[in-house]
Write a protein that binds this ligand. Structure first.
Ligand code: TZP
Ligand code: MG
Length: 214
């Protein structure tokens, strides 16, 4: 489920920049992403029935490629569409409560920014952690300041069994620092959603792991 090097793709319709988001998702699935998270946010975000139907299409596409399908924040939607998991941030629902609502089988991912937050998330049953923003990002309006990879090193050395994904401004060029810090994967929006050749970009991400001394 969390093989290194994982390339975890995150997208909402707001990240499609005029293209068909489902075509972007399918290219990414064909290219070998490890996970997909639907993160529908901001002005013009799909809501209600439209969001439900879009989520169902994403779910069905991920199922064809046997890639886990997660939903950002929205436990109700995740349960309604039978998603494989949810991802929550520190400003969202308490992670213990999220675990209780989704049950033991679904995957729970939690965004953390410190060792303390990581410990709380792991104790509450997180299956993996997202840590960032590692670098500057244009994809999250309320992103914190770039934190580099020190936090990833700290968390992975204290909790070597918990998969940690670096997130925020990650590209194939700067990904080696995340691998070096012990990340099991990179979680990416724009470097994939805006790539001309998404499969090639995924290959570049995977190649960026080669030669990194862990
Ligand atoms: N959380 C921290 S940074 C970020 C999220 C959702 C956005 C990542 O997007 P990008 O385009 O890969 O920087
Ligand atoms: Mg959130």
């Amino acid at each position: 489920m969390f093989n290194k090097p994982s390339v975890y793709f995150i997208m909402g319709t707001q990240n499609a920049s005029g293209k068909n988001p489902l075509s972007i998702l399918e290219e990414a699935l064909k290219g070998g992403i490890s996970h997909f998270q639907l993160r529908e946010k901001g002005a013009g975000a799909l809501q209600g029935q439209d969001l439900l139907e879009f989520a169902e299409k994403c779910r069905d596409l991920c199922a064809v490629y046997e890639v886990p399908f997660l939903i950002n924040d929205d436990v109700e939607l995740a349960l309604a569409v039978g998603a494989d998991g949810i991802h929550i941030g520190q400003e969202d629902m308490d992670c213990g409560q999220a675990r209780t609502l989704i049950g033991k089988e679904k995957m729970l991912g939690v965004s953390v920014h410190s060792l303390e937050e990581a410990k709380i998330a792991i104790d509450a049953g997180a299956d993996y952690l997202g840590m960032g923003p590692v670098y500057g990002t244009r994809s999250k309006a309320d992103a914190k300041r770039p934190a580099g990879t020190a936090g990833i090193s700290e968390v992975t050395s204290h909790f070597p069994l918990t998969p940690v994904f670096g997130i925020g401004g990650i590209t194939p060029q700067n990904a080696p620092a995340a691998w070096q810090a012990g990340a099991c994967g990179v979680a990416v929006i724009s470097a994939l959603s805006e790539a001309d050749d998404i499969a090639l970009q995924i290959a570049h991400f995977k190649n960026s792991y080669k030669g990194v001394l862990i």
